[in-house]
Design a binder for this molecule. Structure first.
Ligand SMILES: [Fe+2]
Length: 420
């Protein structure tokens, strides 16, 4: 399945954005439900403001149609915590703003970098909006095309591992084609041998940690993680609860569901992922280990574009694009295996790494510092691999996501690593 040409992809991307919120009431779209997430209507108008700024104003040189809105819909000038207190455009006004901007977008021309940037920005906000919808437990579910759920192959707990031999590898996006600034420059590095989880950790495996006192054993938690867990009384992943007869269930976009033993655990923080790893004599992979396991073809001595090869993702290889509205059973996509045999590296759940978010040596901010440069440092941990809520177009093995280690709104799970 080749990626759509840009103009068609922009149209498809917009249809998808609107489908996410279509079934929701105006009140649910306009209200801020959770402090760490924006009101959904802020995302809608922000998508329009970003598109107008980059394509209509900066690219085509036209004036902004609503300069008075620029600060309110700038992610830096208006942080999430205050977005619910503003007099935002209402839903109908935000949709009208989206339509008005789109009518004034110039043709991509031969380069298309800024159009691709704007398209991916909208795709990424779709994932953020899905996080907000799931976290706030809004219903009914998004009106997106659904796919049949693959059967659980069985035999995967997340504790099985595959070997990655010592030696050189290449990390980062190639110099040509679209990539974000923080994925470049591509560079060679040398890693000692290690093992990495064959699949992400499943709910069944994480449940044994929950019920085996994992959240009470001090030695498994870093000081910072323990303080966070105690302060917020965290005793299980976000969205888990016991049902009327004591059985575990999980909130999903389709409502409460029995905890599926075969699905990867989701909505855990980096703190929880790290504690789980320590409890199993393991650790989280570094970013470089994760990327080597996802792409490095030992025989060819070259990085693959995707874990399985050069063809873009399709539904036989990865759970992306919202089709299941949740994770698939671990190991359900054998055709998506990486060169070392790891399964589910792209899609299903983001995977926390042990790495802080830094620029690679030779990093150059492009096209604006606020995309990633201002986040570099020790505060943020990197996540890799995308989730079921990531659009296929933006899910690449060099893409770097980042967030604070206590955050649980991301569709993030755990893949373990071990020294060889
Ligand atoms: Fe944004």
């Amino acid at each position: 399945m080749a990626a759509l040409p840009l103009t068609d992809a922009l149209t498809e991307g917009r249809e998808r954005t609107l489908a996410l919120v279509a079934p929701l009431s105006d009140a649910d779209v306009e209200r801020q439900h959770v402090e760490i997430m924006s009101p959904l209507v802020w995302d809608l108008a922000h998508i329009a403001a970003y598109e107008e700024l980059w394509l209509v104003h900066r690219h085509a040189g036209e004036p902004l149609s609503r300069p008075e809105l620029a600060a309110m819909y700038d992610a830096f000038e208006t942080p999430r915590a205050v977005r619910g207190d503003l007099r935002l455009l209402n839903r109908a006004e935000a949709v009208a703003y989206l339509e008005d901007v789109r009518r004034r977008v110039p043709d991509p021309g031969s380069d298309g970098f800024l159009h691709e940037l704007v398209l991916r920005h909208e795709h990424q906000h779709g994932e953020t909006m899905l996080q907000a919808i799931e976290l706030a437990r809004l219903t009914p579910p998004p009106a997106v095309p659904r796919r049949p759920r693959p059967a659980a192959p069985g035999g995967h707990t997340g504790l099985e591992s595959v070997a990655v031999p010592a030696g050189p590898c290449e990390i980062g996006a190639p110099a040509t084609g679209f990539a974000y600034d923080n994925e470049r420059p591509r560079h060679r590095t040398e890693l000692p041998a290690f093992r990495i989880g064959h699949t992400p950790i499943t709910n069944a495996t994480f449940l044994t940690f929950v019920e085996g006192g994992g959240y009470e054993r001090r030695p498994w938690w870093s000081d910072e993680a323990w303080a966070w867990k105690e302060q917020y009384d965290i005793t299980h992943p976000e969205g888990w609860a016991r049902g009327p007869t004591g059985e575990w269930r999980r909130w999903t976009l389709d409502g409460w569901a029995p905890l599926d033993p075969d699905e990867p655990v989701v909505h855990v923080s980096c703190f929880e992922a790290d504690a789980f790893a320590r409890a199993h004599g393991a650790r989280l992979p570094t970013e470089a280990e994760w990327e080597k396991a996802a792409t490095w073809d030992q025989e060819a001595q070259a990085a693959r574009r995707y874990p399985w090869g050069d063809e873009p993702p399709d539904e036989r290889r990865a759970n992306l694009d919202h089709g299941l509205l949740g994770p698939a059973p671990a190991g359900a996509y054998p055709a998506g295996a990486s060169p070392c045999g790891a399964l589910g590296m792209l899609g299903d759940v983001w995977e926390w790494t042990a790495s802080d978010f830094h620029g690679y040596d030779g990093f150059v901010a492009h096209p604006y510092r606020e995309y990633s440069d201002v986040f570099f440092g020790r505060d943020y941990k990197v996540l890799r691999g995308g989730s079921w809520a990531t659009r296929a177009r933006v899910a690449t093995p060099t893409f770097r996501n980042w967030d604070l280690p206590q955050r649980r709104q991301i569709f993030a799970g755990v893949r373990l690593a071990w020294d060889a």
